[in-house]
Ligand binder design. Sequence first.
Ligand SMILES: C[S@@+](CC[C@H](N)C(=O)[O-])C[C@H]1O[C@@H](n2cnc3c(N)ncnc32)[C@H](O)[C@@H]1O
Length: 226
Amino acid sequence: MSESSDFYKWFNNISLKLGAREISFKKIFKYLDSLPNPIIIVETGCLRKKDNFLDGQSTLLFDKYTLSRGENSKIYTVDISPESTKICKEVVSKNVEITTNDSVRYLNNLSKNFLKNKTRVSMFYLDSFDVDWRYPYPSAAHHLKELVAINKIIDENTLVVVDDSPAVGNLTQNENQPDQPWKILSSPSPLPTIGGKGFLVHEYDLINVGANFLTQENQYLFRNLA
Ligand SMILES: C[S@@+](CC[C@H](N)C(=O)[O-])C[C@H]1O[C@@H](n2cnc3c(N)ncnc32)[C@H](O)[C@@H]1O
């Protein structure tokens, strides 16, 4: 889609509000631009508060994008909270299919249906189960379960994004040079990796799949090499 399209005119106006997600959302849309129609996006964790761009407003962004693409492009989103799905319905268009359910159960059923109908998914955007930054395991495990549920319908072009997955590392600073940038603590400290919601998904990718990273800002984006 060209930069002069209605979508990019709208997006470029609001993109600064996205903060740490601005760059990765730009990369997401550029990547989707390279795929043929229809664009099919499946999201876990929907928009839950109107105008709260700090959360991402992902469902609204994807809604605007797919409406601009047309030709049966569509969004599927799921959220366990009836309050979240109610707010989301008030904000987005009818082109978004909104379901209230646990995301893992939902994705299992969706995968079976999509396999049967041969529906190809352009992107999965995984952003359910809020992360506790001091103890990310429950959230990271939930997102790994989501990956298991969709594993069979990820193809070589499907982009998978896990939100709230910044790079984390063991850093140190020389107390005599407090103005110098922080340094990565050298061996035997482990190298920097992905934290937050995506940390187990990332471990799985690295060890088992050899997925191809696209970026590592606040969002973890990858494509399978399969
Ligand atoms: C960070 S918010 C989603 C924000 C949204 N993607 C955005 O950009 O505005 C996380 C959402 O995940 C939902 N959630 C938590 N656990 C879930 C589960 N097991 N299944 C589905 N949704 C879940 C919460 O109700 C909440 O609305």
